[in-house]
Ligand binder design. Structure first.
Ligand code: 13P
Length: 341
């Protein structure tokens, strides 16, 4: 089947009360790992590429790898999503290339660092929604800025003020018509999220519950949702790595989120850790090896294992065959008729 819209996957996930992992990719092995995990667990798949990934892969390579994925795994409903689009132009260029979903992250200015105003965020996101929906493409927006609470400066602001404000979230969804909403509840990208197992003070699940209560029909997105398992940290350190002790987002908190409106869960770091650990192991144990396949294959297998585990934990396993794809043309018609907008 062709690449499908993310809106369809998330609507189905809401109906089935499960979450869908969105896994970041930069190359062929990572795409293969996700598609193999999806086949093994019979899961729908969201494959996402950031701006960095697009530039690393000269994004046309990535796009054609994704077309290969749809040919080789025709039974898997698969989305190609832009992660953290920093401007209207970036989102438009992804849409022009064939992405079936885009994130307009207007919580920050186009430099990707400076927190923006609510008005800027609404304006930029609304513009992307208009272009995307006319083509049946899905839009994820973000309100509040991702960032930890422990260090007291998520995105350069004070400890709590960068978190999503529920009133603003309601207003933002009303004014933009986004399909999915990323919220800030104390998670951050990368391996160093928490210095100890997070508590209600550092991971604000109560905020998520409140947002879901106010926006029961909006698909919520959890960014920075790697669990950073100790086993994966240990493999890296056992084979010469130097990771400092760290904690990620516990799976049970993500599952609580899924019970409360979270439909998309972003995971990148766990897969990076798994691949790097596998590569280090080969280099450590077989220093005579120099065929890239000798370490890329174990790296791909290690990522597949993590992705399959997450697909099962998030509940998407077994749902790949639940529905036939809705064409982007049909999605565009539905948006025009305001059936799903
Ligand atoms: P992690 O760094 O926790 O994997 O988060 C990835 C992410 O949110 C991508 O947008």
């Amino acid at each position: 089947m062709p690449l499908v819209s993310m809106r369809q996957l998330l609507d189905e996930a809401a109906q089935g009360a499960y979450g869908v992992g969105a896994f970041n990719v930069n190359n062929m092995e990572q795409i293969q790992a996700i598609m193999e995990a999806a086949r093994e667990t019979k899961s729908p798949a969201i494959v996402q590429a950031s701006r960095g990934a697009r530039s690393y892969s000269q994004d046309r390579f990535l796009y054609h790898l994704m077309l290969a994925a749809t040919e080789l795994y025709p039974e898997i409903p698969t989305v190609l999503h832009l992660d953290h689009g920093n401007s209207v132009e970036t989102c438009k260029s992804a849409i022009a290339m064939g992405f079936t979903s885009v994130m307009m992250d207007g919580s920050l200015m186009p430099d990707g660092k400076t927190p923006s105003t609510f008005e800027y965020n609404v304006k930029a996101t609304r513009e992307v929604v208009e272009t995307a929906h006319s083509k049946g493409i899905t839009v994820e927006g973000e309100i509040g800025c991702l960032g930890g609470i422990e260090d007291g400066h998520g995105a350069g602001l004070d400890a709590l003020s960068h978190l999503t404000d529920p009133d603003q979230a309601v207003e933002f969804v009303r004014q933009t018509g986004v399909d999915a909403l990323a919220i800030a509840i104390g998670t951050s990208h990368g391996a160093y999220k928490f210095t100890k197992k997070p508590t209600g003070e550092t991971l604000k699940m109560d905020r998520l519950l409140e947002i879901h209560r106010r926006l029961p029909n909006t698909h919520l997105v959890m960014h920075g949702s790697s669990s950073v398992p100790k086993e994966l940290q240990d493999i890296i350190n056992q084979y010469g790595g130097k990771l400092k002790p760290t904690w990620g987002v516990p799976i049970e908190e993500i599952q609580l989120g899924i019970k409360n409106g979270v439909r998309k869960i972003n995971v990148d770091t766990d897969n990076r850790l798994a691949m790097t650990g596998a590569i280090r192991k080969v280099f450590w144990e077989k220093p005579e090896e120099f065929d890239p396949r000798s370490y890329l294959k174990p790296a791909r297998d290690a990522m597949k294992k993590v992705v399959a585990q997450r697909m099962t934990q998030f509940g998407q396993a077994g749902h790949a065959g639940d529905y036939a794809p809705i064409s982007l043309e049909e999605m565009a018609k539905r948006y025009q008729q305001h059936l799903t907008a």
